[in-house]
Design a protein around this ligand. Structure first.
Ligand code: NAG
Ligand code: NAG
Ligand code: NAG
Length: 522
């Protein structure tokens, strides 16, 4: 008799023979909500594909999936001060260059604390552990590349932003600042002369911050963390400069429907939208009722998860409620506190299922801070936006959406309420924004394969080809001076100088001969 257990085992072994399962380490510890959403989405796609995942992160989900091992580094949340993003401070223009230094400090502390976490240290020193692949978030530091050295396996970066010069420079070469933007600038291509100069200055200044200030700290951390672990494994640590440019691939949270048509290296894969589930979760009954019955449409208002609406000054809150109350539309406002005596058409949600709201056919407008995730979701569901950028790449995200024609921008200022009212009225009466949102939504969806499936494909491709060396850019085989043909210029310059010297010598010899000849004649 064949026991049921035996049948189970046979079925299981047949199943695993067809789909090979890998053991993957995912490092995504930047402690902000939107970064966590993007990291979690990768992990869930890997688990769904049957892979085993060890996940170093600051927002553990406590998911009981037996294939998932979460390493909780939530103690690092203390390094990202929330008042960096306080709305009132920004309104009062207390946000300045000093904050960039604070941000760099925060970045350095986060990677240090991640690697010093006791459970992470246990992984690093465990010589019995084996991984097939490392996937790490690149957030201005390459120090996590060390994991690929100790586990002797390939690694992939993922980035949460549109690609810019540092992204390209990790796997190919820096992009040209005359037409590619830096996410912290406010310029979008094509640039005026002044903007072109600004971009150059910004990118060069950032180069020095990154490759001088941060580089030496990162390199020291890399050596301190990974050299003993390599020694335990009887090997020497590869030089930081070799390993940090050795990624097999970069997975970018970008797509041409959202950003620019940049030239991309073969191992950069733009897969924005992979975090959006193909099957949108249904709305709660109450919310569905509200949206179904809003015959004039629903306006959804959310300033994201970093900026809280409750930081808005009271006067602005009151004025907003006043203008919303005069609309024929329903307003769904993600807001973290209760508001008494709200007009009938305004509903405050402490927690908003953003994707499900945007997916509802009655949702006609999205008022957002312009985070890349929110813009991606707006384009996914074809909803036009009013963008109120607050910090970081939000300005440039909103400007790109404005240029594409499906957004209007409103700046944070004390006249914000009047500006929002004007923007809402224009968007309600001019259908071009909605039409453009639908156009770009088509471009976004019209891909040969969904971004989630594409992600799984490339992960398996990198593991199966042992690091995808065939996708590596040949730009790495030449040095910077060869790229600029400085060696050729040197050869030409030396040739010219030598020719000149030779000719001078010949002339001098000839004239001397001439002179002596003349003397003889005399
Ligand atoms: C997971 O567990 C930790 C510690 O017990 C807790 O702080 C955290 O809120 C939990 N996360 C979720 C998503 O429930
Ligand atoms: C609608 O908005 C677009 C984009 O701003 C503009 O080009 C167009 O002239 C507007 N149409 C009307 C009728 O105002
Ligand atoms: C760079 O990556 C390739 C492919 O994964 C690997 O074979 C090689 O050893 C790596 N180089 C270093 C210095 O780790």
């Amino acid at each position: 008799m064949v026991s049921p257990l035996r049948i189970c085992l046979v079925v299981l072994s047949i199943a695993t023979a067809f789909t090979e399962a890998y053991n993957i380490l995912v490092v995504s510890s930047f402690p902000s909500k939107s970064h966590a959403i993007l990291g979690d989405a990768y992990v869930n796609l890997l688990l769904d594909a049957g892979h085993e995942v060890t996940y170093i992160n600051a927002n553990p989900s406590n998911n009981s999936n037996p294939l998932l091992h979460e390493i909780d580094v939530s103690e690092i949340k203390k390094y990202l001060k929330s008042d960096l993003m306080n709305l009132e401070r920004i309104l009062n223009k207390e946000f300045d260059a000093k904050d960039q230094n604070e941000f760099v400090e925060a970045l350095l502390s986060i990677s240090k604390a991640t690697l010093e976490n006791v459970d992470v240290a246990k992984i690093i020193s465990n010589t019995n552990l084996k991984f097939d692949l490392i996937i790490a978030e690149w957030m201005f530091t390459e120090v996590y590349a060390g994991f690929s050295a100790i586990f002797d396996c390939p690694f992939i970066w993922f980035t949460t932003m549109e690609p810019f010069w540092t992204t390209f420079y990790l796997i190919d070469e820096a992009s040209n600042p005359t037409y590619t933007t830096f996410p912290m600038s406010n310029n979008i291509a094509p640039f005026t002369f002044k903007e072109r100069v600004q971009e150059l200055i910004l990118q060069v200044a950032f180069y020095f911050t990154k490759e001088w200030n941060m580089y030496f700290v990162d390199k020291e951390l890399y050596t301190k963390t990974f050299a003993p672990a390599m020694a335990q494994r009887g090997k020497a640590l590869p030089p930081y400069d070799e390993i940090r440019f050795n990624a097999s691939m970069i997975l970018g949270n970008s797509h041409v429907s959202l950003g620019d048509a940049n030239r991309l290296p073969q191992n950069y894969k733009p897969i924005a939208g992979y975090h959006i589930n193909q099957n949108v979760k249904p709305l709660t009954k109450e919310l569905k009722n509200i949206m179904d019955n809003s015959k004039n449409g629903v306006i959804y208002f959310s300033l994201g998860s970093n900026v809280r609406s409750k930081d808005l000054p009271d006067i602005i809150k009151r004025k907003l409620i006043n203008i919303f109350s005069q609309l024929e539309q329903t307003v769904l406002w993600k807001f973290e506190e209760d508001f008494p005596d709200l007009p009938k058409n305004i509903h405050v949600l402490k927690w908003a299922p953003q994707q499900s709201i945007l997916a509802h056919p009655n949702c006609i407008m999205f008022i957002t801070h312009g985070g890349l995730l929110s813009i991606t979701e707006a384009v996914h569901f074809g909803v036009p936006i009013i963008g109120i950028p607050v910090f970081a790449d939000q300005h440039i995200n909103v400007q790109k959406a404005v240029k594409k024609g499906f957004a209007k921008q409103v700046d944070l200022s004390f006249s914000i309420v009047e500006d929002i009212e004007d923007a809402i009225q224009e968007m309600l009466h001019n259908s071009s924004y909605r039409n453009k949102a639908k156009e770009f939504s088509f471009i976004y969806h019209h891909r040969p394969i969904s971004p989630g499936a594409e992600f799984v494909h490339w992960v398996e491709h990198v593991v199966r080809t042992k690091g995808a060396a065939h996708l590596r850019s040949p730009a790495f085989t030449v040095t910077w001076y060869q790229k600029l043909y400085l060696d050729l210029i040197a050869v030409i310059a030396i040739t010219i100088v030598l020719t000149f010297v030779c000719m001078k010598l010949i002339v001098r010899i000839c004239s001397r001969n001439n002179e002596s000849h003349m003397k003889k004649m005399n």
